[in-house]
Design a protein around this ligand. Structure first.
Ligand code: ADE
Ligand code: ZN
Length: 324
């Protein structure tokens, strides 16, 4: 089963590039860039990775991202993630980046995007992995800041396929971002949003109806609303579920309680992803293995999850067909 799972062609549709920053690289970049960190060493950082909810993680994640300063840093970060993804059997990934986390520290958006874009090209040449980027707006910031970020990114439009919405969910409903998502749609960009991770089903409805998203990131709280479940099933709107993330951020106390199998059994298009693998102790294959063991998933279940990843991706139909 283990070897079969490793070899199974997979996608990764929910991973934040800043969330792939391993403590070792964090310290290397901190030294290189003269940035001081609130931890003395790698063990100190790892010891701090005990989260009790999303916000307790985000505070640390934004602190860690402060070491990223140059185009070479973003390139190195992305290459390290891509090589791990390839080793996990990932054939195509759609990767979030959070420009506001960097712009607000005085880093030029071009520095971020050029470094990431160069890495996508390099990994394609090295291994054949295909990479799409999705620009995420931080929902704890204003809608005006999101719009400015979109405008700042438009000169680099060819380097990303869509926009997303992440950061602190509760109290920051999707409806605040309707205008910027409409602008993105008019630019021909795909749309996704984190919803129903910690927030209520109502936020999932808003993401669908107001932001007109093609996928819901997380979405696990959809289960509380039968009408919403019906819609997700009927329209086959994919959920990018991140089991180890849900465990580490205390969405569930034990993976055996995770609703992934129930969502799958209800006929939803469920995918498995890693979210912030350097912080949550597991890249995509570890997430597959963890749910397979905890929920007793069959090969057929796992095959269907992997297949859903290709179906749910933004690849052109001819590219999807290579894997289906
Ligand atoms: N940014 C990085 N990881 C996130 C998550 N799981 N939820 C919301 N925002 C995030
Ligand atoms: Zn996420």
């Amino acid at each position: 089963m283990d070897q079969w799972l490793a070899a199974l062609p997979k996608t990764e549709l929910h991973v934040h590039i800043e969330g792939t920053l391993e403590p070792e690289l964090m310290f290397t970049l901190a030294r290189r860039n003269g940035v001081s960190l609130p931890w003395v060493d790698v063990e100190g950082v790892r010891a701090a990775y005990r989260f009790h909810n999303l916000q307790s993680f985000l505070d640390l994640y934004y602190a860690g991202a402060s070491v990223l300063q140059t185009e070479a840093d973003f390139f190195q970060l992305a290459m390290a993630y891509f090589r791990r993804a390839v080793a996990d059997g990932v054939k195509h990934c759609e990767v979030f980046f959070d420009p506001q986390t960097h712009i607000d520290r005085g880093i030029d958006i071009g520095t971020v995007i050029r470094g990431l874009a160069r890495a996508a090209e390099a990994i394609r040449a090295e291994s054949g992995l295909s990479v799409y980027y999705i620009l995420c707006f931080l929902r704890h910031l204003s809608a005006e800041s999101a719009m400015q970020t979109l405008l700042d990114a438009l000169p680099y439009r060819r380097h990303f396929v869509g926009v997303g919405l992440d950061s602190s969910e509760v109290g920051n409903p999707p409806e605040r971002f309707e205008t910027v998502f409409e602008q993105a749609r008019l630019e021909g960009l795909q749309r996704v949003a984190h919803a129903g991770e910690e927030g209520p089903p109502e936020y999932i409805w808003q993401a669908l109806d107001l932001l007109r998203v093609a996928r819901i990131d997380h979405g696990v709280r959809a289960e509380e609303d039968p009408q919403l479940m019906h819609r997700l099933q009927q329209e086959q709107i994919p959920l990018t579920v991140c089991p180890l993330s849900n465990l580490k951020l205390k969405g569930v106390d034990d993976l055996r309680q995770h609703n992934l199998k129930r969502l799958l059994d209800a006929g939803l298009c469920v995918t498995v992803n890693s979210d912030d693998p350097a912080y949550f102790d597991g890249y995509v294959l570890a997430n597959y293995r963890a749910v397979a063991a905890a929920l007793g998933l069959s090969r057929e279940n796992l095959y269907n999850i992997a297949r859903n990843g290709f179906v749910a991706s933004f690849l052109p139909e001819v590219e999807k067909a290579r894997w289906l």
